[in-house]
Write a protein that binds this ligand. Structure first.
Ligand SMILES: NC(=O)c1ccc[n+]([C@@H]2O[C@H](COP(=O)([O-])OP(=O)(O)OC[C@H]3O[C@@H](n4cnc5c(N)ncnc54)[C@H](O)[C@@H]3O)[C@@H](O)[C@H]2O)c1
Length: 374
């Protein structure tokens, strides 16, 4: 198969979808890999390293899209890329369709096969291509929140761990999945007073067993959130309803009850955000203020630590990319339920229910589609 790796052009996105090591694995299996020149530079991989691995360099993004049967990316295509995408071309990347209708409509129109990292799903319902980025974003959420709690950064000027004789900051983490667990771990490690909330009692029991004594667990409900945020210094939003828009768990009216200079970190911003006042931001301008409360809502948090993120992501995507390249997407998805779950749009048809529901679009069952194609 001919695989193309374009350079990411989203603001401050320095990750790349394939490392030179990954390129070598694909080439060893007889595939051809084209990498857009300087695509890996932001993650510390030079053009020379890709060439040494056997990949071929292309000077422009247009040529990279034009030649490839499978495009491997990190972020969803942005508007400038829509017209470069070809009918029947396989796109293997993050899409997050449910949070952005224009992208969904553009992919329906261009008719590629969209296999979304974020909906590839294992039998235990875990999302193997979201986990590594969630691990990065979760750990970073606390690091960024702590930074914006500093006075010169606009925060209330409290040190997360306090000092002997001075109470630590109070951190609320809403959502006890991968992001929430990692954010909690770092906040607890820094000495904060942490409460982690989830609607899943079994999850809370597990967390209660493994977390240190400065972490409490609490059921997530409107009442509990309203009460807990009143004296919180930092709130991390880390909920997920797979494939769907995040629910608004902190509404605008609740902000007035919060402390001035408190920080909200909405990691779920890529699914629409779990705070009503969330607006997506970038690393160039990560924060804004509403009613005295700082909001950090960067949609591609792992993009700021591209070295760690690229390695973490490609460790997880490469085994799937190899299956897609070796067998083609149809056979690979028929053979592997995990990959099949990743199919969102095929040739203009929406085959992922939550995406169709989000925009009232017609839904086609992916099984019928694969059978029809067999
Ligand atoms: N901004 C970024 O750069 C970035 C990076 C990685 C992940 N994310 C996003 O972070 C979010 C969380 O991802 P994850 O991997 O931790 O998901 P996850 O599935 O591991 O965890 C989500 C948790 O939210 C809980 N939940 C659902 N509804 C809830 C509610 N009303 N109250 C409290 N908890 C609730 C679930 O029970 C689950 O435990 C997702 O939206 C994901 O897309 C963003």
């Amino acid at each position: 198969m001919i695989i193309g790796v374009p350079k990411e052009i989203k603001n401050n996105e320095n990750r790349v979808a394939l490392t030179p090591g990954g390129a070598k694995e694909l080439i060893k299996r007889g595939h051809t890999v084209y990498v857009q020149s300087t695509a890996g530079i932001g993650s510390g991989f030079s053009d020379e390293e890709y060439v040494a691995a056997g990949a071929q360099l292309l000077p422009t993004i247009e040529e990279t899209y034009a030649i490839a049967e499978m495009i491997m990316k990190v972020k969803e295509p942005i508007e400038a890329e829509y017209s470069l995408i070809k009918k029947d071309q396989l796109l293997f990347t993050y899409f997050h369709f449910a949070s952005y209708e224009p992208l969904t409509r553009a992919m329906i129109e261009q008719k590629p096969v969209c296999l979304a990292y974020e909906t590839v799903e294992r039998a235990d319902r875990s999302l193997p291509l979201l986990i590594p980025m969630s691990e990065v974003a979760g750990r970073m959420a606390t690091q960024e929140g702590a930074k914006y709690l500093e006075k010169p950064m606009g925060g209330r000027g409290i040190l997360l761990g306090g000092v002997p004789g001075v109470k630590p900051a109070k951190v609320i983490v809403i959502g006890g999945g991968i992001v929430g667990t990692q954010a909690t771990k770092i906040a607890a490690g820094m000495g904060a007073d942490v409460t982690i909330m989830d609607i899943d009692l079994y999850r809370l029991r597990q967390l209660d067993d493994i977390m240190p004594a400065n972490v409490k667990t609490m059921v997530s409900s409107e009442h509990n959130i309203r009460e807990e945020i009143k004296d919180a210094d930092m709130v991390v939003g880390a909920v997920l309803i797979p494939g769907a828009k995040a629910p608004h768990l902190i509404t605008k009216d609740m902000l007035s009850s919060m402390r001035d200079g408190a920080v909200l970190v909405d990691v779920a911003v890529d699914q629409g955000g779990c705070f009503e006042t969330t607006k997506p931001t970038t690393h160039a301008e990560p924060v804004f203020e509403v009613d005295g409360v700082m909001h950090y809502c960067v949609a591609n948090m792992p993009g700021a630590v591209p070295y760690t993120s690229t390695l973490a992501l490609t460790n997880a995507t490469l085994p799937y990319a190899i299956q897609l390249a070796d067998k083609g997407w149809e056979a690979a998805c028929r053979d592997n339920e995990e990959l099949k779950k990743g199919l969102n749009i095929i040739g203009g048809e929406v085959v992922y229910k939550a995406v169709a529901d989000a925009f009232d679009l017609e839904y086609k069952n992916v099984e019928d589609f694969l059978l029809a194609k067999a």
